[in-house]
Design a protein around this ligand. Structure first.
Ligand code: GCU
Length: 420
């Protein structure tokens, strides 16, 4: 075990057995945000200040990766490289969306340790294309059938198991407002989406049915990966398939995730440099929002409501955010020098829009090292005034959701990133 990892263990161990403060009320009052000091993203554990890309990539970046994987998201086991993935195109419709797109449905079969997990990828490829196209990769919450009202879309494996076929979640297109499929395809982008439940069923007992069961646990149980780590791993497996398709531009992959999937998209983007654009939509606590602001959802609340998302170490910081040796701006900085977009919604105070903006702002010094501009000021832009530098940001009116407005901004941002 290297020195860096030993230090992290000592940090976490010093908190074990320390009683956690009782359930604290949720704060939505800016004047009650505690005084906090963010770790400087460019200062190494030994106090050295990074001033070059080389030092960032050689020393500080691996340090931040180690902190986040050992104390927040869990370590992705090396044994996952041995998981076998088989793909089978189950269906193709060249005239989907009134001829705008070719729709494919691809079965993924993951095998390891004698167990199998199945998932279904739903893909829309623009028919009016010249050459290879950029691709959005993103998980849906309610199954592939929820993305578009189309009878030919197969139910995702997680939903195939539902016994009550009248269940409203099986209604086709029930979340189509979150997927601007026609706009995406009309602007020349492909979309590849899968139901996140296929990769890790989203409940406390989901582990044994998830991809995490396909390889033996490694390392300390306190740093074991769970759902967020598994969802991030799954996005990379989608990318593996996408980049082998003759219609796809492997240099133009954008990952987009909403809410819990925004958290997973950021973690995927931090680990997998093939994602040239990383988009967090309303990701909040454990995503883009700074934990130390203790505004809206907090570490204690998220780790008790969703004990299967983070590694066990993260819950040690319940009510003790000021003792975290990192914050979420450092997660965002791991995406540099690739394009990053953070979006918030005005009424989504649970996700702390200001904390999301500030994290992106405090990630900017790493972009500056590469000669790129992140966010220019700690003051948030007005509603519906997106900023589109190497880091993008907008806050829109309305509630926690994904809207056509969000997608319009992501498409503009990707056009800029990909020089279209
Ligand atoms: C809950 C949770 C959030 C999460 C959200 C979602 O509100 O507290 O952390 O982002 O669900 O995924 O929709």
């Amino acid at each position: 075990m290297n020195r860096k990892v030993i230090c992290i263990f000592m940090l976490a161990a010093s908190l074990r057995g320390v009683p956690v403060m009782g359930q604290i009320e949720v704060n939505y009052d800016e004047s009650k945000v505690p005084e906090y000091v963010l770790p400087d993203v460019l200062t190494c554990a030994d106090g050295t200040v990074v001033s070059s890309v080389r030092e960032w990539e050689r020393h500080r970046r691996p340090e931040v990766m180690a902190l986040l994987s050992h104390l927040e998201y869990g370590v992705t086991p090396k044994g996952m490289k041995k998981v076998h993935v088989k793909h089978k195109v189950l269906q193709e419709n060249k005239q989907a969306l009134d001829g705008l797109a070719t729709m494919q449905q691809v079965q993924f079969t993951f095998t390891g340790q004698g167990k199998t997990v199945e998932a279904l990828l739903l893909v829309f490829i623009p028919n009016a294309r010249q050459g290879r196209v950029p691709v959005f990769i993103g998980y849906n919450f309610r199954g592939n059938h929820s993305v578009l009202d189309d009878e030919s879309i197969l139910y995702s494996p997680y939903f195939q198991q539902l016994e009550n076929r009248e269940d409203p979640v099986l209604q086709r297109g029930n979340q189509s407002s979150r997927w601007a499929v026609r706009d995406i395809v009309s602007r020349g982008y492909a979309l590849a989406t899968m139901c996140y439940q296929d990769i890790f069923p989203d409940h406390a007992e989901g582990g044994p049915q998830s991809v995490t069961a396909l390889c033996a646990p490694e390392g300390e149980s306190s740093t074991a990966w769970q759902a967020l780590g598994a969802w991030a791993w799954g996005s990379s497996r989608i990318a593996d398939w996408v980049i082998r398709q003759r219609w796809a531009n492997k240099h133009q992959l954008a990952i987009m995730g909403h809410s819990r999937q925004g958290k997973a998209a950021l973690w995927a983007g931090a680990q997998d440099k093939r994602f040239a654009v990383v988009i967090s939509n309303d990701s909040g606590c454990g995503g883009a929002a700074l934990s130390k602001r203790a505004f809206g959802e907090r570490v204690g609340r998220i780790t008790s409501s969703f004990p299967h998302w983070f590694c066990p170490n993260f819950s040690l910081y319940a009510g003790r955010e000021q003792e975290l040796p990192f914050d979420q701006h450092e997660l965002l900085a791991l995406i540099a020098p690739r394009y990053l977009y953070v979006a918030s919604a005005q009424e989504d105070q649970w996700a702390d829009p200001r904390g999301e903006y500030l994290a992106a702002y405090y990630a900017s010094p790493v972009y500056a090292l590469y000669g790129f501009s992140g966010l220019p000021s700690p003051d948030m832009p007005a509603i519906h005034h997106p900023i589109m530098n190497h880091i993008g940001y907008h806050i829109r009116a309305g509630v926690h959701d994904v809207t056509d407005y969000d997608w319009a901004c992501y498409l503009d941002f990707c056009d800029k990133a990909f020089g279209r």
